[in-house]
Design a protein around this ligand. Structure first.
Ligand code: UDX
Length: 437
């Protein structure tokens, strides 16, 4: 089987590499020549554990190729996966321009039947718009070539993308033709024994499923962050509450961790887009409006705690910020709480010393250059008045606290992810502050 994947971001590259790994001939397309040249040499545009090995292996075996031309690679393909970005526009809706551009090109150059699969997160109804765009381009050429649409939203998590693709919880596919279903079935069965857990549905439902899944997860996080604030005010501990409620199988244990708010490329963008979709359909999604507001507030919570500790006088204080990525195992800093915290600290006149095991280069594109870039946690704490843990990387979990104490000027730890043992740290002479405890 031969497929084309357009867009070599997280979703496109992981999809292309993993399909190639099970034996599909995959051509990955991107308009960014620099990216494509890099990929041919095994240089990946993103950090994702395990991805480089799969890309290099399949490129060597010629099952995975890279090109900047969609036009030249549409021959004999069974499916084209559209995995280009759908960034937020100013009003919060998803920008469909890149998706439409790809649809136009498919219509202008396709030669035989194929399935056009939307992998990008697109608003409900987008597949119809794509279908019409392709049909119009075909009419202009005066040709009558059949094609089908499919919606195949991606649920992979950054940092665990390969595992998520290779052994998924479920694969959601929206189709409205038997032929498209057959092709999607063939492509995905290698990942799920006998096709178990492939969930077929109509196309609009598949498009909605992606948004609803991310919105539900974001809701759980904002709910817990809201309850965490109340825990602090009432003397309860969010960690105990989480254990208590998560043991109910109807609630479940996952995505109940209070912290400094969700970030990344999906939750903030998708919650916004769903709220906008609601408004466009005269239905206000009030829960999601609250989810978004709570998250915006939550990103400021570490700053508020630190500011309060120093009685509103942060000028000249030195704060060590541990972790810049929006979560561990990625170099992605999009909408990362650490950036919000660092900016606020700088604005208040503090010296900010930062370290992240992987995301320093990415963060340099976003953070003011007055922060001090350090090589490890120990360097960050030299003469520091306080530590703010923002991203729960493994290497931050058990540092040498006595060494840290001896290097610091002050003794305050603000744990934005509740990963430390407060009793142990109090004993070691630190002032410890978590979230909701
Ligand atoms: C998410 C979805 O999980 C994935 O299915 C979808 O395809 C893309 O969006 P991702 O953005 O990679 O994936 O990260 P995820 O691991 O879901 O974390 C999102 C954010 O929520 C992070 O900022 C994380 O720190 C935060 N989070 C997560 C919490 O604050 N508490 C939790 O309990 C879980």
């Amino acid at each position: 089987m031969k497929v084309v994947v357009v867009g070599t971001g997280y979703v496109g590259l992981v999809t292309g590499a993993c399909l190639a790994d099970v034996g599909v001939d995959v051509c990955c397309i991107d308009i960014d020549e620099h990216k494509i040249e890099g990929l041919k040499q095994g240089i990946l545009p993103i950090y994702e554990p395990g991805l480089e090995e799969i890309v290099v292996r399949n490129y060597k075996k010629k099952r995975l190729t890279f090109s900047t031309s969609l036009t030249e690679n549409l021959k004999d393909v069974e499916a084209v996966f559209i995995a280009v970005g759908t960034p937020s526009t100013e009003d919060g809706s998803a920008d469909m321009q890149y998706v439409i551009d790809v649809a136009c090109e498919i219509g202008r150059h396709m030669q035989d039947y194929l399935v056009v699969v939307t992998k990008s997160t697109v608003p409900v109804g987008s597949s119809e718009i794509i279908r019409k765009t392709i049909s119009t381009a075909l009419q202009k050429r005066n040709v009558d070539i059949a094609f089908d649409m499919a919606s195949n939203p991606e649920f992979l998590k950054e940092g665990a993308a390969i595992k998520d693709f290779m052994s998924p919880d479920r694969i959601v596919i929206g189709v409205d033709s038997d032929k498209a279903k057959e092709i999607m079935d063939t492509l995905y069965k290698p990942f799920l024994l006998n096709g178990y857990r492939i969930i077929y549905m109509d196309i609009p439902s598949a498009e909605m499923t992606k948004y609803a899944a991310n919105a539900m997860l974001a809701t759980r996080i904002s709910f817990m962050n809201d309850i965490a604030v109340l825990c602090e005010l009432t003397g309860a501990n969010i960690n105990h509450v989480r254990n208590g409620i998560g043991s109910d199988p109807r609630i479940g244990k996952k995505f109940l961790y209070a912290g400094t708010g969700y970030g990344g490329s999906c939750f903030p963008k998708d919650v916004k887009a769903l709220i906008k979709m609601g408004m466009e359909n005269n239905h206000r999604l009030r829960i999601l409006e609250a989810v978004e507001n709570i998250n915006d507030e939550q990103k400021k919570i570490l700053f508020a705690k630190i500011n309060k500790y120093f009685d509103g006088n942060l000028a000249g204080k030195t704060i060590a910020v541990w972790g810049l990525a929006f979560k561990p195992n990625t170099d992605d800093v999009r909408f990362a709480p650490a950036l919000v915290l660092s900016d606020a600290l700088l604005k208040a006149g503090a010296h900010v010393r930062v370290f992240d095991p992987v995301a320093m280069e990415e963060a340099k594109k976003h953070l003011h250059d007055t922060v001090t870039w350090c090589n490890d946690v120990y360097e960050t704490v030299e003469n520091a008045d306080a530590i703010a843990l923002v991203t729960e990387w493994n290497e931050f979990r058990l540092p040498d606290w006595s060494r840290i104490k001896s290097l610091m000027k002050g003794n305050a730890i603000f744990d934005g992810r509740n990963i430390y043992d407060d009793v142990m740290l109090h004993k070691a002479g630190f002032d410890y502050f978590g979230i909701g405890i």
